[in-house]
Design a protein. Structure first.
Length: 242
C-alpha cells in the first residue's frame, strides 16, 4: 500500500526542513532498513529490544539524510509467538521510546507490520496519530476499511480515538478507477482523506533500488513534489506539529 515508501520520503522531507526524525522499522520484511541501513542479524535490530531488553537508543543508527533508524530483521516474526498479546508487550514499544528518547522533539515515524498482530498493535499503542497510505486498487481499499474497523475497535482499550489520515498512493489520473476510489473514500472518510494524492511514478519505484529517497534520487520529479506537498498538508492542517 506504499507504507515504506511513505515513511522513507516523509522522513526525508522532514530532514530537508532541518528536522531529524526517528524512523522505526517494525516490519519483519525490513524493507525500510534494506534501503537505509540493512543489518546482518536480529541482535542488531529491534528484535534485540524484545528478546534481550536492549535500549532502543543503543540500536539506533544514522542514515544518509539527517535521521535515525531503528532497524528491522526477519527475526521480528518471532515476537508474536514468543511474547503473547497482553498489555505489557503491546505497551513495550511506547515505553522503550519514552525511555530512550525522553522529551525528544524529533518526530517518530513507524513503518508498521502489515499483518494484524503484536507488532502492528504495538505501533498503534505507541502512536498519537496514524497515517494510512492506500494504493488505488480494490484490495488496498478493502484493507484500509478493515484497518478503520480495527482502529474503531481499539478505542475502548486505548480510552481515546486515534487521530488518522488516509492518503492515496499510486494515483494515476488517466485511470477511471483512481478517481472512483478517491470519490468513494471521500464519502467514507471525509476530511480524514488527504487532499494530496501521491501519483504513479517511475522515480518512486526506482529510488529504493538505489538505496535512496526520492529527493536524493530525483529531486525534480513528480514523486518528490507529491511528498513535499503531502508533508505541507499534514503540517498546515495540524495533523503534525513540526
Amino acid at each position: 500500500m506504499g507504507k515504506t515508501t511513505t515513511v522513507l520520503n516523509l522522513g526525508a522531507a522532514l530532514s530537508r526542513r532541518g528536522i531529524a526524525p526517528l524512523l522505526v522499522d517494525l516490519d519483519p520484511q525490513a524493507h525500510l532498513s534494506s534501503i537505509l541501513s540493512p543489518v546482518d542479524s536480529g541482535a542488531q535490530s529491534l528484535f534485540a529490544f524484545y528478546s534481550d531488553d536492549r535500549p532502543l537508543a543503543d540500536l539506533a543508527r544514522k542514515v544518509r539524510f539527517e535521521a535515525l533508524l531503528l532497524p528491522a530483521h526477519a527475526e521480528l516474526l518471532k515476537v508474536d509467538t514468543l511474547y503473547g498479546k497482553g498489555p505489557g508487550i503491546l505497551n513495550r514499544l511506547k515505553e522503550g521510546l519514552d525511555a530512550s528518547f525522553p522529551d525528544a522533539p524529533r518526530p517518530v515515524l513507524i513503518d508498521c507490520c502489515p499483518m494484524l498482530g503484536v507488532l502492528s498493535l504495538s505501533s498503534i499503542f505507541a502512536s498519537e496519530r496514524v497515517l494510512v497510505p492506500i494504493s488505488t486498487d480494490f484490495l488496498a481499499v478493502k484493507g484500509a476499511l478493515q484497518l478503520e474497523n480495527t482502529l474503531h475497535a481499539l478505542e475502548h482499550v486505548l480510552k481515546r480515538r486515534v487521530e488518522r489520515r488516509y492518503v492515496l498512493t499510486r494515483f494515476d489520473t488517466r485511470r477511471r478507477m483512481s478517481h472512483d476510489i478517491a470519490e468513494q473514500l471521500t464519502e467514507r472518510f471525509g476530511a480524514e482523506l488527504c487532499q494530496t494524492h501521491v501519483g504513479e511514478s517511475v522515480s518512486l519505484a526506482e529510488s529504493p533500488a538505489q538505496g535512496l529517497d526520492i529527493f536524493s534520487h530525483a529531486p525534480q520529479s513528480r514523486g518528490a513534489r507529491d511528498y513535499e506537498q503531502l508533508l505541507e498538508e499534514l503540517v498546515s492542517t495540524g495533523f503534525w506539529e513540526v
